[in-house]
Design a protein around this ligand. Structure first.
Ligand code: GLN
Length: 493
């Protein structure tokens, strides 16, 4: 029998439904793989019993001849930004250590209702702030990939780096991610897997620890486009508990998947040819164009003139919203409380936040409160909001000329852990190609394209019109079929 941990979402679901193996066998195999992979540090807590209970429920439902859900029998990893009932939810922070929510996030609830089970809560950059998975209170996550000829631990990307590491290492067939300014796409690109951030509002933010609410979106990370389509279908849907939730039906993305791109125009934004981008990334972009052309698409040049202002605007808007969202962690309501002898209320707030937040989180809170302060609000926050509107308008104008956009996901491949820590600006540059679609609320996906000469994965990004996840997934499938990316990292963990 094929090793069950080599299978993805669709293969597991169909295999369980067809009786090739039981959901319990699948859950047991992945639980064992998770337990063996502690060196990756991908999980903050493991929940083998959750995975087994869901599997048993699926096996029982099948035995009774009941209809099975879209994710029936599939155990997944859950980014530790999603509130899970009775299971510690920390956002990889000290301040939330020990916090066990009394409620379940809508996205995770949707997944359980579709038949999925949970292998554990996945590590991430603290409060989803970061691009390398080095800001977690629970330690760095290692990528399963290593640079050819070396064994230095590499970054799995961030902030959904526990998710990308686990899926690439085959210790989870799929995982949830969240993307505020690239946190699904960049880690997917770094680890040779797929990840899609849907249109803003497709997936409910209810029960997801908030970073920057006008940007945060959940999405699936998995090893194939089909698996992403299936899992996104299970995650998405209108939720009255989230005021920005889209009141739209969830299309049957899986059923409608087609790699035939005849009649589609794919735009190549000229402003994405940026200095500092690796030659190998530029080459993969050329290759991507050729693949999409081969699938029947027409390639056209487009202009997104405000691209260079997107990243600076993001690094004002996201910290501004974060500083407001994180004000709730004060030692009163959740997790950590530092109350030195004789301390008053203000001291408790200050001591708790000092001890409970990591350096990157503090940096964002400081920047955010600064740009929102009365004296600087117009100069920074208002200005950034205007830039955001211009970035969104660039895309609207581009849609007159094309149906979707092809770009690199990141300017470089993964880097060794520790190599960019001292340089936040270079770290922020990781998201230069990801952030514009986030500011505009557009669906965007990373699909693996190839390995570079160091043997590290490179991803290609597809950005679609609002609500047109289908076009993004279809083009992703066309690339997947032509790239034939079936590389797996060599096991060292
Ligand atoms: N890396 C970006 C940041 O640090 C994006 C994070 C995210 O999308 N959650 O803000």
């Amino acid at each position: 029998m094929t090793e069950l941990t080599s299978l993805g979402v669709k293969a597991i679901r169909d295999g369980v439904a067809g009786g090739d193996f039981t959901a319990r066998e699948v859950a047991e195999s992945f639980n064992a793989a998770v337990a063996e992979a502690a060196k990756l540090n991908a999980f903050i807590v493991t929940t083998p019993d959750h995975a087994l209970a869901a599997a048993d429920a699926t096996d029982a439902a099948r035995a009774e001849g009941k209809e099975l859900g879209a994710m029936a029998g599939v155990p997944i990893g859950m980014k530790d930004l999603f509130a899970t009932h009775g299971v510690q939810t920390t956002a990889a922070s000290h301040i939330l250590e020990g916090f066990k929510p009394q409620y379940e996030s809508t996205v995770s609830q949707n997944l359980w209702e579709a038949g999925a089970g949970m292998l554990g809560k996945l590590n991430l950059d603290q409060f989803a702030m970061g691009s390398s998975n080095e800001t977690s209170f629970f330690g760095n996550v290692s990528s399963p990939w290593q640079k050819a000829g070396t064994n230095a631990p590499m970054s799995p990307g961030g902030s959904s780096g526990g998710s990308s590491s686990a899926v690439a290492a085959r210790i989870a067939p799929a995982a949830t991610g969240t993307d505020t300014g690239g946190s699904i796409r960049q880690p997917a690109a770094f680890t040779g897997i797929c990840g899609i951030k849907p249109t803003y509002g497709r997936c409910s933010r209810w029960g997801v620890v908030a970073f920057a609410s006008s940007l945060d979106q959940a999405g699936p990370m998995a090893r194939s486009v089909e698996d992403c389509a299936i899992m996104l279908g299970a995650m998405a849907g209108f939720d009255p508990k989230d005021a920005t939730s889209l009141q739209m039906d969830v299309p049957d993305w899986e059923g409608a998947l087609s790699a035939d791109l005849k009649g589609k125009k794919v735009g190549i934004p000229r402003e994405y040819r940026m200095e500092g981008t690796d030659q190998a990334i530029l080459d993969s972009w050329e290759q991507g164009k050729a693949w999409l052309k081969d699938a029947g698409a027409e390639i056209v040049d487009v202009s997104l003139p405000h691209t260079q202002y997107a990243l600076p605007a993001y690094y004002i808007i996201a910290p501004a919203e974060a500083s407001s969202n994180l004000a709730r962690y004060d030692g009163v309501r959740y997790g950590l409380r530092e109350l030195p002898d004789g301390a008053g209320l203000q001291d408790m707030y200050a001591e708790t936040r000092e001890a409970g937040f990591g350096d990157e989180v503090k940096r964002r809170v400081l920047i955010g409160t600064y740009v929102l302060s009365a004296g600087f609000y117009d100069a920074y926050y208002n200005q950034a909001q205007k830039v955001r509107a211009l970035v969104a308008r660039d895309f609207e104008r581009a849609w007159a000329e094309c149906d979707l956009i092809l770009a690199p996901t990141t300017p470089t491949a993964s880097f060794p852990l520790g190599s960019l820590n001292e340089d936040p600006l270079t770290m922020y540059l990781n998201d230069v190609f990801a952030v514009p679609a986030s500011l505009a609320g557009l669906p965007a996906m990373s699909v693996p394209a190839m390995l570079n000469e160091d043997g590290l994965p490179l991803g290609l990004q597809l950005v679609g019109k609002p609500f047109d996840e289908q076009a993004v997934l279809d083009a992703g499938l066309a690339i997947q079929q032509r790239a034939g990316f079936d590389h797996a990292p060599e096991k060292w963990w």
